[in-house]
Design a protein around this ligand. Structure first.
Ligand SMILES: NC(=O)c1ccc[n+]([C@@H]2O[C@H](COP(=O)([O-])OP(=O)(O)OC[C@H]3O[C@@H](n4cnc5c(N)ncnc54)[C@H](OP(=O)(O)O)[C@@H]3O)[C@@H](O)[C@H]2O)c1
Length: 250
């Protein structure tokens, strides 16, 4: 299929910030491919977006499965021959039910299984998907990669008494997103002589399943930073860490 629309692949697009990011991009004329691991959730999301006039496809996609990463490459390659926008949105928080609930483990006590699980999804699988899809992003005239990080990834803020995150640490989640920030910086450097732009974004504290009911932003507002950095033009930044237009400290 040849299309003049930009093509975006959004992981974890069945609910939360990912679904709103798909809606936001779709409303701006982007063809959105929803990566969703649960069939029923994916079909409901696809049907809703299409009923709103958004051009969309569904790919049943579990981020941590190598075969699903290959399936994503094959689908995008066969349908479009390129990828313009990759939103690495899928992520997990395991240290409490949601970030609205207190975390009782610390860097002194967190068990290795939980730490490894967090890194598997939030870091290793995200890096490996990005590397897998990079040949397709290189075929775009203006490839964009948006990594959903978190303000909790900021080493500078974690080390600063009185900062927003100083007293709400979740070691495994925070460290997995710090690693994702390192990937963002290094991938942007590796691609510095190409048109591809790679940025890390903090969506805000969002009332999704992960953010929980105490969070201060709705999912639509939480998608705005992802949508914005997916659509930056050739003068936009690469290798940065942002919440809306605010530069966050690494
Ligand atoms: N909410 C916040 O306040 C906040 C703040 C900072 C950063 N973030 C980041 O923003 C991103 C989106 O979070 P959210 O708040 O929308 O959370 P959410 O409502 O929990 O949604 C997470 C999405 O990721 C998917 N996912 C998780 N593991 C996956 C896997 N292995 N394979 C495929 N999909 C997977 C989930 O699918 P299922 O429905 O199948 O579980 C879900 O669609 C995350 O990376 C998160 O770390 C969120």
């Amino acid at each position: 299929m040849t299309t003049t629309r930009k093509i975006a692949f959004i992981t974890g697009a069945g609910k939360g910030i990912g679904l709103e990011t798909a809606r936001g991009l779709g409303n701006k004329g982007v063809h959105v491919v929803l990566g969703v691991r649960k069939q029923a959730q994916g079909e409901a999301a696809l049907q809703t977006l299409r009923s709103e006039g958004i051009s969309a496809d569904l790919l049943i996609f579990e981020l941590s499965k190598a075969e699903d990463q290959q399936k994503a490459f094959d689908f995008l390659n066969e349908r479009f021959g390129r990828l313009d926008i990759l939103v690495n949105n899928a992520g997990i928080f395991l240290e409490s039910e949601s970030t609205s609930k207190p975390v009782t483990t610390t860097a002194a006590t967190l068990d290795m299984d939980t730490l490894r699980s967090l890194f598997e999804v939030n870091f290793f699988s995200t890096v490996s998907l990005t590397q897998k899809l990079l040949p397709l992003i290189e075929k775009s005239t203006a490839g964009r990669i948006v990594n959903l990080s978190s303000i909790k990834a900021s080493l500078a803020l974690n080390a600063t008494p009185g900062s927003l995150v100083y007293d709400v640490k979740a070691f495994g989640y925070d460290a997995s997103k710090t690693a994702l920030n390192a990937f963002t910086i290094q991938l942007a450097y590796a691609l510095r002589n190409t048109p591809i732009k790679v940025n890390a974004v903090h969506p805000g504290w969002v009332r999704s399943a992960m953010g929980g009911p105490a969070a201060d932003m709705d999912e639509k507002e939480g998608s705005e930073t992802s949508v914005y950095y997916s659509l930056i033009d050739e003068n936009g930044p690469s290798g940065g860490f942002y919440f809306k237009d605010e530069v966050l400290p690494w």
